[in-house]
Design a protein around this ligand. Structure first.
Ligand SMILES: [Zn+2]
Length: 191
């Protein structure tokens, strides 16, 4: 059994920093202590014509807080997301995703888990990594969902769940109203 821990891929580092998030966005616990798993979620928009990209939002949340937040989503929405993530389409992509992860120390962000599209073909995408301390969690791979995949998932969400995600966004991002369209709460899926 191989207990080698993969480092967190650079794509998850904070802009122009040599490290990742140190605090849970909700309970502010110190994630570097390594006493809990946490998820880093980051949404990126690319501008291929000018070879640039911008971070739309990024945060880390410990699995305790993510679990609590997820409990607030409607049962129906949670079920639909689960079904989608266990669908044939995702299974079909899983071989190429696993192959990539094996070659790249657990970094499978190059291919959308749901649509199979390459990251270079996505104008918008979100990346996820389950981490512990300063490494990826044991046996977990960083993965990517394209903008198209986020649209597919958003269509599955109930009104109740969309309201709950709005509350999450308002609580933790505290955005002025004119910026609300930039961080679309439906993009915060909390897988
Ligand atoms: Zn927390």
């Amino acid at each position: 059994m191989d207990h080698h821990l993969n480092p967190i891929p650079r794509l998850f580092f904070l802009n122009s920093a040599e490290n990742t998030f140190r605090k849970c966005i909700a309970c502010e616990r110190d994630l570097y202590l390594g006493d809990c798993d946490y998820v880093i979620e980051k949404a990126i928009r690319r501008f291929p014509e000018i070879d640039a990209s911008e971070v739309i939002f990024e945060y880390a949340i410990c699995t305790d807080c993510a679990g609590k937040a997820r409990q607030k989503l409607s049962e129906e929405s949670r079920q639909r997301i689960d079904e989608l993530l266990h669908s044939e389409k995702v299974k079909e992509n899983s071989l190429s995703i696993l192959a990539q992860a094996t070659l790249q120390n657990g970094d499978a962000t190059g291919i959308c888990m749901l649509t199979g599209n390459a990251i270079d073909d996505c104008e918008e995408y979100q990346i996820y990594a389950y981490c512990r301390g300063t490494s990826l969690s044991l046996n977990s791979n960083a993965f990517m969902l394209s903008g198209k995949a986020m649209e597919i998932i958003a269509e599955l969400l109930s009104e109740e769940t969309k309201d709950e995600l709005d509350r999450f966004r308002d609580t933790f991002f505290g955005l002025p109203p004119e910026l609300e369209d930039i961080i679309n709460s439906r993009d915060l899926i909390m897988l």
